[in-house]
Design a protein around this ligand. Structure first.
Ligand code: CP
Length: 331
C-alpha cells in the first residue's frame, strides 16, 4: 500500500490486514504502552483544508503514539488564504521532508491529485475529500462493527474475521456523505449486506450500481433486524439553497428518518448504533438514542486512533505489501 485514497484501494485481504493491525495497536494501548518507537524520525503532516475534530486529532494522536514528528497545517491562517495553490503547498511540505501527508479537502479528488501529480514523495492518506471518500472512517467503523458482532471472549476484536452474514443499514444524507460511499465499498468488500435508507432527495442519482439495497422507509428496514445501524449526519453546509435546500423539512426528516428511543426499541438486542460524528442531536438522532447503551459512537472515536496508527504504520514502515507483518512493539 503506497497511499490510502479510497476504500476501493483495499481488497478483502488488505482490509482485514489493516483491521488486524489496528487490533494489535489497540492491544498495546490497552496495555498502557502509550508510545511505540516504530515511526521515530518520520514526519507526518496533517494538511486540513476543512474543519475537523475527530479525524485531525486522532491522526495527530496516532502519529505521536508511533513516535513520528507531527506538523499540523490548517488552511485557515496559512498562505492558502493568500491564494497559494495545492501544488505549491505540497512542494513546500516536500521541501520540509514530509513522509506522510494526511489531507482533508473540500474538493473530491484532491488527495488523488496530491498522490499522483509528482509534487511529493510522501505517502498520501485521504482524511475526507468533498463528497467522495473518507477511508479511515470506514475502516474504524468496520473495526467497531467487527469487534462488537464477531468478537469472542478469546478473540475480542474478531481478528481474522470479515463481516460476512452481517446486515448494516446506512441511514440518512447519503447524497452528501463521503462516509456512506467509503462504508458501502468497504462493507461490501468485507462481505456484509448493506441497505441505504434515505429520502429520494438525499440519494445520489445513479445509486443503482452501488453494491447496496436501497429503501425509502426506515421503519421497514429496522423491522428486518439489522445488526448495525449507521446514522449519517445531515450535511446542511453542502446543500444548495438555490436547489431547494433541505427536503424534506427538518421536522419531517426527523419524523421519517430520525433514530429515537421508539425506533431503537424495535431492534434486536445485539444491534449496535453508529454515527461518524459530529451529530445533529434532535435531527438525525435523538439524545436518548445517541446516549443509549447500544450506541458505540464514543468507542468509534477511540477505535479511530488504533486504525489510524495501523494505516500510518503500514504505509510508512516499509513492509506495507507484506501480508501478515506484525507491528514492532516496545516501551
Ligand atoms: N467523522 C469525522 O470525520 O469527524 P470530524 O469531521 O470531526 O473529523
Amino acid at each position: 500500500m503506497r497511499h490510502l485514497l479510497s476504500t476501493t484501494d483495499l481488497d478483502r485481504a488488505a482490509a482485514i490486514r489493516v483491521l488486524d493491525t489496528a487490533a494489535q495497536m489497540a492491544a498495546t494501548q490497552g496495555r498502557q504502552i502509550k508510545k511505540l518507537p516504530t515511526l521515530r524520525g518520520r514526519t507526518v503532516v496533517n494538511l486540513f483544508f476543512e474543519d475537523s475534530t475527530r479525524t485531525r486529532i486522532s491522526f495527530e494522536t496516532a502519529a505521536k503514539r508511533l513516535s513520528a514528528d507531527v506538523i499540523n497545517f490548517s488552511a485557515k491562517g496559512s498562505s492558502v488564504s493568500k491564494g497559494e495553490s495545492l501544488k505549491d503547498t505540497a512542494l513546500t511540505l516536500q521541501a520540509m521532508g514530509a513522509d506522510a501527508i494526511v489531507i482533508r479537502h473540500q474538493a473530491s479528488g484532491a488527495p488523488h491529485t496530491l498522490a499522483h501529480a509528482g509534487w511529493t514523495e510522501a505517502a498520501v492518506v485521504n482524511a475526507g475529500d468533498g463528497m467522495h471518500q473518507h477511508p479511515t472512517q470506514a475502516l474504524l467503523d468496520a473495526f467497531t462493527i467487527r469487534r462488537h458482532l464477531t468478537g469472542t471472549a478469546t478473540n475480542p476484536d474478531g481478528v481474522g474475521h470479515d463481516l460476512a452474514g452481517l446486515h448494516v443499514a446506512v441511514v440518512g444524507d447519503v447524497l452528501h456523505s463521503r462516509v456512506a460511499r467509503s462504508n458501502v465499498d468497504l462493507l461490501h468488500t468485507l462481505g456484509a449486506e448493506v441497505t441505504l435508507v434515505a429520502p429520494p432527495t438525499l440519494l445520489p442519482v445513479g445509486v443503482g450500481p452501488w453494491p447496496a439495497a436501497v429503501s425509502y422507509r426506515l421503519d421497514d428496514v429496522l423491522a428486518q433486524g439489522p445488526d448495525a445501524v449507521m446514522m449519517l449526519r445531515v450535511q446542511r453546509e453542502r446543500m444548495s439553497t438555490a436547489g431547494g435546500g433541505f427536503f424534506p423539512s427538518p421536522l419531517e426528516y426527523t419524523r421519517l428518518y430520525g433514530l429515537d428511543a421508539r425506533r431503537l426499541a424495535t431492534l434486536p438486542d445485539h444491534s449496535i448504533v453508529l454515527h461518524p460524528g459530529p451529530m445533529n442531536r434532535g435531527l438525525e438522532i435523538s439524545a436518548d438514542a445517541a446516549d443509549s447503551p447500544r450506541a458505540v459512537i464514543v468507542e468509534q472515536v477511540a477505535n479511530g486512533v488504533a486504525v489510524r496508527m495501523a494505516v500510518l504504520y503500514l504505509l510508512l514502515s516499509g513492509d506495507g505489501d507484506t501480508p501478515g507483518a506484525a507491528p514492532a512493539t516496545g516501551a
